[in-house]
Design a protein around this ligand. Sequence first.
Ligand code: F6R
Length: 249
Amino acid sequence: MNIKIVKDYAELSNVAGEIITDLLRENPYCNLGLATGGTPLGTYQYLTARFKAGEFSMRDVRTFNLDEYCGLPRCHPESYHSFMYSNLFAHVDIREENMHIPYTEGCDLQEQCERYNALLDSHRIDLQLLGIGSNGHIGFCEPGTPFDRETFVAQLSEETRRDNQRFFNSFEEVPRTAITMGIGNIMQARRVLLIASGEAKAECINQMINGPVTERVPASVLQNHPDATIIIDAAAASRLTGKAAAQLG
Ligand code: F6R
């Protein structure tokens, strides 16, 4: 894993945004894996600004999101469809037919998993952006998810639902399930770029980097990925031990 520790959230967003900008300039036909949640917001703002400055086009880029809640209509403000439109898609020139997000509204979820998985099988992702849950999840692959799992309907853990409660009016409103790429899909990406910010992520970041590769900490699987970049701010790096901690200075 290539680990980069930056000062704060603003720098994290710029560094991650720059890596994605470079890819979009080098390969305007790339397949880009995207994440939602609080962490990538600054990265998407950075990308929007660079797009508006005329530095790349997303006309021929295909995007593949990690996950989508079940039980929320697509038009719900907290669905990941809405998130992607508000925070990126509405501001760039990506074409509707090139945006892919698992579909969960009024349909057979198992069939949708199979469709999404077939799509991922036929479009290898060039770069997959990831956040990390405070319990070490990636996508919605919660602790205990087998490393070879492909797209599936995940049960969200209580911890994840509590973490995401900030986006909803109450804990009860937080969905209990989601369609997510599996770890098997995520590991197929040519490159992965994981970003983490803040003290709440410090413990799982240390386990991901220095702990054993174990299904109890899903992100630890990235130790086995041939091209994984991890960008963390000083707060998320604050419990790092071992070699990576030397970067803290
Ligand atoms: C989002 C996703 C999740 C989040 C993780 C961190 O598409 O798959 O794994 O990346 O829950 O969320 P934030 O960034 O809100 O802390």
